[in-house]
Design a protein around this ligand. Structure first.
Ligand code: SF4
Length: 734
């Protein structure tokens, strides 16, 4: 008798007829996986695979990366420039010259009427670094508006701000290899298995070999928390209290590294005075973590030979985001856990090139971590670009979150949105929708024509997407990696670099500022500006980057000339004593008083709303909502609700419910799960007209990043389930 598969059809993997593989770096999250895109005989991208020899992912890709080639032929792409006078009118197709003339003409007209800063530019973390640099040169050097920012303000601004406050500069000091050396890991508000699956795999492989403890701080029992040795289910928005209490125990029990503190930091006395107030007994009443667990974690962390901390949006997207990052850095510094193998504080970035925009876009300063507030930096960049230094502002303008408020008040009249979708990603979207109607002029530049933001545009510029252009991106661990062009831009769309250069021509009197035409030439210009700085890329070339499967910065010209292996280059920052970026080389220990300023549940809105991401989707689903298997696995919004809370509300698993906040309401499906406590629901933010209808988005005072995870809502059962299901399906295009 025959058993098993011999009686069945064997599983066959379809032969995609790949004739050529081209190198790229994944364009979704910041893990920075090296990949290859397979082209068939006709040159069509038909497959994606991980690159085995790449240190980051060692052959692996996650669900998004493995299907990334499909987005090159996905629905909704823009293929012609579009124009209209009023946002409620139908679009007219126009040629590129007409569209670009219109954009330049309208920017000039608005600036002429209302002043230079009345035009705002909101960019992204999705473009290539050369494009960010070129846009920065155009925005700062020619257009001259100070109200220029990226959507990274919704994502990584608190990490940037916290690093600057602690170390004197942005730049994550650690790397993925630290997992292989650490003896203790604390993950703050980070759900690696779903948000950064390949980083999770790197961590898991290292932990299985060496069995170090994983401590997860998260209000929700995330997938990472399910794998933790200790899960601290913290009360939302109280991370700073827990951090202060951990430091209280460490300092009280003499577990700090006094030698490191003395040599490398300033401010220990003021820090001691502040954390003295946060004994674990008192802290437990605020942050909801029992005092024994606080003491246990403090001892585990401080006594380990090398300890690391990672964090993601659970820290950043808070009214205390910047303080939360400084608190993590404080903990690292007092225990001497910076710049050594396995000892670091490593922000896990969100978008594929959020780091590239931090380094080169000039959004919050000038290229390569230079400051607008620093006269020498302004003069150096002005001389390099060939502009008058007085043309540059002396301090940073509005962040993205403040730009929309300035549109509301009439301070900003023109808006250029590039590769981002604030109509879904900003908090309180109903207010943003009204706000957009205040604009005299809006241009949206995106690879997709069907974004919610494009509904408010007067001009649409179709841009090439990932894989349709060449350039570099920087990942979470400062690794610069290459994306090659694997396909031609869709229809008549153009690479963003080409679009910026064309607009620059329309502002560039007598061609006084040089705008190189190719990505490679822009990269050479950036290399010159990086020489001798923390983020030194002067030893890199596209060829070397591809051969090395990415190179961490710094990698200097001298290292290149000495023939130093770029694979080993970079590694960690601040490895030598007193090499922090403040003038005396010392880092700052900063006291962090806790201010309780979040929206919290009350009688009318008794449930915490926690928003976040799913493994299948990226950002506002502009891409993944159209890629078959990504969308099929997660087609509609849902909440996670505790079964006991659901029973009290008479909500069955799979029922639709109405969520109500002080801002608006949303209809979603309910999934029963113990991952959330009785007084909390979790709602993915990816879907339009859903999570961000409910969010308030109070801003962090330093980073201007909104709180997306601490809101109060009410869950209402719906009687007419059929009507609710119909509404939900229709809204998602079914
Ligand atoms: Fe792409 Fe991130 Fe997945 Fe890697 S982990 S394949 S970079 S989405």
């Amino acid at each position: 008798m025959l058993f098993g598969r011999s009686q069945k059809n064997p599983i066959k993997i379809a032969d995609k007829q790949v004739t050529q593989w081209k190198y790229a770096t994944c364009g979704y999250c910041s893990t920075g996986c090296s990949m290859e895109v397979g082209l068939n005989q006709a040159g069509k991208p038909v497959s994606s695979r991980g690159v085995g020899g790449a240190d980051v992912n060692r052959g692996k890709l996650c669900l998004k990366g493995i299907m990334e080639h499909e987005l090159l032929s996905s629905a909704g792409r823009g293929d012609k420039p579009l124009l209209r006078d009023q946002i409620d009118q139908p679009w007219a197709e126009v040629n590129w010259d007409s569209a670009l003339d219109k954009v330049a003409g309208q920017i000039k007209a608005v600036q002429h009427k209302y002043g230079r800063d009345s035009v705002a530019i909101v960019s992204t973390g999705q473009m290539l670094t050369e494009e960010f640099y070129t846009l920065g040169k155009l925005a700062r050097g020619l257009i001259g508006s100070n109200n220029y920012d990226g959507n990274t303000t919704l994502c990584m601004a608190s990490a940037v701000s916290g690093y600057k406050r602690s170390f004197g500069s942005d730049g994550p000091p650690g790397c993925y290899e630290d997992f292989e050396h650490t003896d203790c890991l604390i993950a703050w508000g980070s759900n690696l298995p779903e948000q950064h699956p390949v980083i999770y795999w790197r961590f898991k492989e290292a932990q299985e070999k060496r069995q170090f403890p994983l401590i997860v701080v998260d209000p929700r029992v995330t997938m990472l928390a399910q794998n933790a040795d200790i899960h601290l289910a913290i009360t939302p928005g109280t991370d700073v209290v827990l951090q202060n209490a951990l430091m209280h125990v460490i300092l009280d029990e003499g577990l700090e590294d006094q030698d490191y503190i003395e040599k490398n930091t300033n401010g220990i006395e003021a820090l001691k005075a502040e954390v003295e107030k946060y004994n674990p007994t008192m802290a437990a009443t605020i942050c909801g973590i029992d005092e024994d667990s606080i003491r246990l974690v403090a001892r585990l962390y401080a006594k380990a030979k090398a300890s690391m901390q990672i964090w993601t949006m659970g820290i950043n997207q808070s009214t205390h985001g910047s303080d939360g990052v400084v608190g993590i850095n404080n903990l690292s510094l007092i225990t001497g856990n910076i710049g050594k193998p396995g000892g670091t504080s490593l922000s896990i970035t969100g978008q594929c090139n959020a780091m590239g925009t931090r380094e080169w876009s000039s959004c919050s300063g000038l290229p390569n971590h230079r400051y607008l507030e620093n006269a020498e930096d302004r003069q150096e960049i002005a001389d390099f670009w060939g502009i008058d230094a007085d043309f540059l502002p002396t301090q940073r303008g509005l962040a993205q979150t403040d730009i929309f408020q300035a549109i509301e008040t009439g301070e900003i009249k023109g808006l250029w949105v590039i590769a981002t979708n604030p109509l879904t990603s900003m908090p309180n979207t109903a207010r943003i929708r009204k706000t957009m109607r205040n604009l005299d002029f809006c241009v949206v530049q995106d690879c997709y024509a069907d974004t919610e933001t494009a509904e408010y545009a007067h001009v649409f510029l179709p841009a090439g997407t990932w894989g349709e252009k060449e350039g570099v991106m920087t990942n979470t661990e400062r690794r610069v990696n290459l994306v090659t062009r694997v396909a031609q831009p869709h229809g008549d769309s153009k690479p963003d670099l080409w679009i910026f250069n064309q607009i620059a021509e329309r502002f560039n009197e007598h061609g006084k500022v040089k705008f190189p035409e190719t990505s490679a030439a822009v990269f050479e210009e950036m290399k010159l500006l990086s020489k001798g700085r923390l983020c030194d890329i002067s030893g890199m070339t596209y060829d070397l980057i591809e051969q090395s499967r990415g190179i961490q910065w710094p990698y200097t010209e001298a290292q290149n000339e000495r023939g130093e292996s770029p694979v080993a280059g970079g590694g960690r920052l601040y490895t030598e004593p007193t090499t922090f970026c403040y003038a005396d080389g010392k880092a700052k220990l900063i006291p962090l008083p806790f201010v309780d300023n979040n929206e919290t549940p009350d009688e009318e809105f008794p449930v915490w709303l926690n928003t976040g991401r799913l493994v299948e989707h990226f950002h506002t689903r502009t891409k993944t909502g159209k890629v078959g298997n990504n969308n099929k696995f997660s087609p509609i919004p849902f909440i996670e609700i505790n079964p006991d809370a659901a029973v009290q509300l008479a909500v069955k698993d799979g029922d639709y419910v109405r969520l109500v906040s002080r801002r608006s309401d949303a209809v979603v499906m309910a999934k029963h799960t113990q991952r959330v406590a009785k007084n909390m629901i979790f709602l993915p933010f990816h879907f339009h007209d859903c999570a961000n209808r409910l969010t308030l988005g109070l801003l962090d005072p330093y980073s201007r990043q909104p709180a997306f995870k601490q809101h109060a809502v009410r869950v209402e059962p719906i009687v007419d389930q059929k009507a609710a299901a119909k509404l939900s399906m229709e809204m998602r295009g079914f």
